[in-house]
Design a protein around this ligand. Structure first.
Ligand code: TMP
Length: 214
């Protein structure tokens, strides 16, 4: 049986790395085989593109260039890792996917959603996540947490207004596709966030295994 595709999304500082670990631990406890990966990145070439697109630089980087680099990395990642893993019957847990492009390049940089959709169709046509966990918190709070960490990349160096737009674009996507999104309030204490994430994964796995709960 084909594996399931689980993605995690959210702005910097919402605790995504910690919750990736929660998802993995939950899947493990349920006895599912999975592969953890991230975007941009996940394969040698895609990780090279990640380094290019995240590096702070003096030269301006147009939103369109970011868009193309994100999808170049994604095309390689989908073809060489995500699709083969799902086809082999393993789940894929991916730290960010195309929702991040709608949020960051679309919402953040102002790239038209139609441009994102066109590249999405070319890059991964029918493939969509089965479950997307959106960790949501006000940017003022999340960025405070993110700033405690070192070395800002090109995105971490962005303004509060940028992250407000990114957050709004994420939430709009969650409203548009409620069947695959679970929005988790990441402003709660860590234990509550982890519990909500674990519950969402457990519920999804039950549905995949036994069909929808009546
Ligand atoms: P990370 O810090 O969560 O690994 O993500 C790297 C950065 O890349 C993060 O600031 C969000 C950004 N990004 C985009 O702008 N567009 C995308 O499509 C993806 C996957 C990430």
């Amino acid at each position: 049986m084909r594996g399931r595709f689980i993605t995690l999304e959210g702005i910097e500082g919402v605790g995504k790395t910690t919750q990736v670990a929660t998802v993995r631990a939950t899947l493990e406890a349920l006895g599912r085989r999975f592969h953890g990966t991230r975007e941009p990145g996940g394969t040698p070439l895609a990780e090279d593109i990640r380094a290019l697109v995240l590096a702070p630089r003096i030269e301006p980087v147009p939103g369109s260039a970011e868009l193309l680099l994100m999808f170049a990395a994604r095309a390689v990642h989908v073809a060489n890792l995500i699709e083969p893993t799902l086809a082999a019957g393993q789940d894929v847990v991916c730290d960010r996917f195309t929702d991040a492009t709608y949020a960051y390049q679309g919402g953040g940089r102002g790239v038209p959603a139609a441009a994102v959709a066109a590249l999405e169709a070319i890059t991964h046509g029918g493939l969509q996540p089965d479950l997307t966990l959106l960790l949501d918190a006000p940017p003022a709070l999340a960025l405070q947490r993110a700033n405690r960490r070192s070395a800002a990349d090109r995105f971490e160096a962005e303004t509060l207004a940028f992250f407000e737009r990114v957050r709004a674009a994420y939430l709009a996507r969650a409203v548009a596709e409620p069947q695959r999104f679970v929005v988790v309030d990441a402003a709660q204490p860590l234990a509550a966030v982890s519990a909500a994430v674990a519950r969402a994964v457990q519920t999804a796995v039950v549905t995949w295994t036994h069909g929808p709960v009546p």
